[in-house]
Design a protein around this ligand. Structure first.
Ligand code: ATP
Ligand code: MG
Length: 423
């Protein structure tokens, strides 16, 4: 059932060493779920009845992390195997270790039995244990049946489990899409009603979750499902509004293309940068705000700068953006209006900008989906590959009519007029 050849040597070493020291040792969670599908897990989580201090005595290459709930990290060069002690289900009435607020878990840090450990996990297919002592899969929650039926089902009462931790709604979508599983109807049903609970989740945690949702290789379907369940609106409120008020369909096309491109890159094992994803997800709100400012007579460059600041300022209340992500997002946006200036020294300056490549990819995407002038993207594609002499001659005249492409102007004006009141 489970092929040990798919388990990393390091994980096997940890399991066997714990067993030899007289402890129980299991693989649990995503790795067991993936092994049962015959897929190679991306990491291995081990659980044991040994307490962290005991784990440390078994391994020399071991560090204890976490203050409230301590975990052991066993290091093997680059690879880390995380070893956790079975966690209990202590209710708030017991010893106050599990702190709840409006049904939401704030802290829990009590050790327990393997069975208790199983029941505090989210989905039944995430609560399967692979026992190194006899190579069996231990199942307390009906996870094997759900796994066979390709069903994602919360352990316990769905509404209560979502209220305890609303991020589980996002995890439901993420796993359903990634595994090709269906969300059990009883677990799908309460999501639209409970989606607003995401507003109570710290923005930093939502940022991490969004990155997992969109950079896991299934961004297109994930986006569709998040919108289907009404979750997307609580992650990207302004984007949702711009999509809802859209009649011509092109922001949706643009986003869909950007997400498709992201999935392709993941599939080809090429790096995917969170900033490019966020730049795409938030582009329409920026564009609409900038257009409104331009129509009101503001300078184009400044209009984009101001609009970017506003959109980012609002977005970070939902999903915190690390500086290393916020800065390149702004750069990609700020360079967009500069592409329209193709004469004199300006195109040379743009070409040497450190963010040129990403910004050009972004422009190409816009052009592909009808929001920017395709001939402008073509001009830049030629310009960056041309010889120095050709470049000089191209920049002498610039791309004629590039500053005011007709189709773009027509579109943006009607859009801006329609959206100003909505902001
Ligand atoms: P991935 O392939 O994305 O790593 P995973 O199932 O391993 O999937 P993790 O976020 O690494 O997901 O979590 C490991 C395990 O911890 C889960 O399988 C689940 O059993 C448990 N878990 C994680 N997050 C929660 C949560 N919010 N509520 C309950 N259990 C959780
Ligand atoms: Mg995992």
């Amino acid at each position: 059932m489970i092929s040990r050849s798919l388990i990393s040597d390091s994980a096997l070493k940890v399991l066997y060493r714990l067993k030899k020291a007289g402890f129980q040792a299991y693989l649990v969670g995503g790795c067991v779920r993936d092994l049962l599908l015959g897929r190679e897990p991306k990491d291995f989580d081990v659980v044991t009845d040994a307490h962290p201090e005991q784990v440390r005595t078994v391994f020399r290459n071991c560090r204890l992390i976490g203050r409230r709930f301590r975990l052991a990290h066993v290091h093997f060069g680059e690879e880390i195997v995380e070893v956790a002690t079975f966690r209990g289900l202590a209710g708030e009435e017991e010893n106050g270790e599990r702190v709840l607020e409006n049904g939401r878990i704030l802290r829990d840090n009590v050790y327990g039995s393997i069975e208790e450990d199983a029941f505090r996990r989210d989905f039944t297919v995430n609560a399967l244990y692979y026992n190194i002592a006899d190579f069996s899969v231990v199942d307390y929650v009906g996870g094997m049946d759900d796994h066979k039926a390709s069903t994602l089902r919360l352990i316990g009462d769905p509404e209560q489990r979502y209220r305890e931790d609303p991020v589980r709604m996002l995890r439901a979508v993420r796993f359903a899409v990634k595994l090709g599983f269906g969300i059990h109807p009883e677990c799908a049903e309460p999501i639209p009603k409970l989606a607003p609970l995401l507003q109570e989740i710290p923005a930093a945690r939502l940022y991490d979750e969004v990155v997992k949702l969109f950079l896991g290789g299934y961004a297109v379907q994930t986006f569709e499902q998040l919108r289907h369940y009404g979750l997307f609106a609580f992650l990207f409120p302004e984007t949702e509004r711009s999509l809802a008020s859209e009649h011509q369909g092109f922001p949706l096309t643009f986003l869909a293309k950007a997400l498709e491109r992201t999935d392709q890159r993941v599939q080809e094992n090429k790096p995917v940068a969170p900033y490019f994803l966020f730049a795409a997800l938030l582009w329409e709100p920026v564009r609409v705000r900038a257009q409104a400012r331009i129509e009101a007579g503001e300078n184009e460059i400044l209009a984009y700068q101001e609009a970017s600041g506003e959109v980012i300022g609002r977005q970070i209340r939902r999903t915190a953006l690390p500086r290393s992500v916020g800065l390149p997002i702004r750069e990609v946006w700020a360079l967009q209006p500069r592409f329209e200036r193709t004469q004199g020294s300006r195109p040379f300056r743009l070409l040497s900008h450190p963010r040129f490549r990403a910004a050009f990819d972004f422009l190409a995407l816009r052009a592909e989906t009808g929001e920017a002038e395709p001939s402008l993207a073509e001009w830049w594609a030629r310009f960056q590959n041309a010889s120095e002499a050709e470049q000089k001659s191209m920049a002498r005249t610039g791309k004629r009519e590039a500053n005011r492409p007709r189709s773009r102007k027509r579109r943006t004006r009607s859009k801006a007029a329609g959206n100003v009141t909505a902001i």
